[in-house]
Design a protein around this ligand. Sequence first.
Ligand code: CP
Ligand code: NVA
Length: 304
Amino acid sequence: MKKDFLKLTDLTRDEITGLLRRAIDLKAGKDASLCPLMGKNIGLFFEKPSTRTRVSFEAGIYQLGGNAICMTPAELQLGRGETMADTARTLSRYLHAIMMRTFSHETIEAFALNSSIPVINGLSDLRHPCQALADAMTLLETKGAVEGLKVAYVGDGNNVCNSLIEAASVLSFNLAIACPEGFEPHTEILEDARAAARSEIVILRDPREAAGMADAVYTDVWVSMGQEDTAEEKKRKFSEYQINARLLSCAKKDVIVLHCLPAHRGEEITDEVMDGPHSAVFDQAENRLHTQKALLELLLSPRQ
Ligand code: CP
Ligand code: NVA
């Protein structure tokens, strides 16, 4: 039966820890000559722009011996009214898997329901599970273990935050989220994660309290793709939620700074922090490549 990756919890804790170990091996060049995707076509579907997701998937698929086919709705008959269900039924006949970046999470779910191939969520308005895999790998390679760490997420309770919450629950790291009132993460995702977690996941208002003695401090843009009409309101409400040197001084001495990118320098993060000695943001971006290769292997060519 096909296996989808629409949310982090579609994989078990064991599958995720195995995937992270495999990604670290792939990064070290182990089995670099294996081509588990030889002869396979992987679709990459984008309703929104992308730098990291698009290029890391395309490069990774090539490195694994497969072929990537990029698509946008305007280029497909979707733009002329063909349904997502019929598109899914058709593309399943050509492709071995598809990665999708959509506005609505329901669009990906509808596609997955009507397709016979694995569907990977490459970001929806609700979740960004591929990002969470790279986040966890970055924590693992810099800190040696993920369990028991304290991660502070400062900013909008958005798709990236929702998937980080699911990662905290599955991988047992503590997560302190600081956000303004009205910008909390998704209620059900938070409740489910807390119910399953052995670690602590808390919502705070004070970024300094969240960052206190943190092993990692994470942020994302205040205004996500498709929410541009909220920009002015958010810039006002989030002005105290910037990762800057003062905030970082509350964290542990060896804190790492994470950002899924793209960053709006001078808004949610200063240049000084982004380019400073604690920043792991470009390792985190690189780790998208390694974790997604391990994910494709797991979904399409599981190792015995
Ligand atoms: N972090 C991330 O998903 O980046 P892109 O929007 O560039 O793909
Ligand atoms: N929250 C951001 C993440 C971009 C990778 C967005 O959805 O635009």
